[in-house]
Design a protein. Structure first.
Length: 139
């Protein structure tokens, strides 16, 4: 069994880098708004509460086309020490201390979109897929 320890020690960092982001990003419709929430992928008893992740940035893609991207901007007056915004985030609404690097575009019905985010620690992040119809289907 000891012969496996060096191999395991080399493989663990590689495998850790291949894991999916620790948060699911879930799209919902609230009124006329598309809202993104975050849910920890962990399992009981290690699962955290929903809407715990803060977002350094969030990006929505339609294939290779970015249809909306915002990122935290510490250069905005009063934002240098501000805590990054927590989920839920609303599509097309830019929270204080953020700026749009890609302005929002209208979303097309029946198209699969990918939404990603990174958190301030650059280790954790989020990922989700959704399709807009009369409602939102998370894929």
């Amino acid at each position: 069994m000891r012969a496996w320890r060096p191999i395991l020690a080399m493989l663990l960092p590689i495998l850790a880098g291949c894991q999916p982001p620790p948060h699911d990003i879930i799209a919902t419709i609230k009124g006329s708004d598309l809202v993104f929430g975050s849910s920890d992928r962990g399992f009981w008893p290690f699962k955290k509460k929903d809407n715990v992740e803060t977002a350094q940035d969030i990006e929505v893609r339609d294939g290779d086309l970015v249809v909306w991207r915002i990122e935290r901007d510490a250069n905005i007056p009063g934002c240098a020490s501000a805590v990054p915004v927590q989920f839920p985030l609303t599509y097309n609404r830019i929270p204080r201390c953020y700026r749009a690097t890609v302005p929002s575009r209208g979303l097309r019905h029946g198209v699969d979109y990918v939404v990603t985010s990174s958190s301030p620690d650059s280790i954790s992040g989020g990922y989700g897929m959704f399709r807009v119809r009369d409602s939102v289907d998370n894929l």
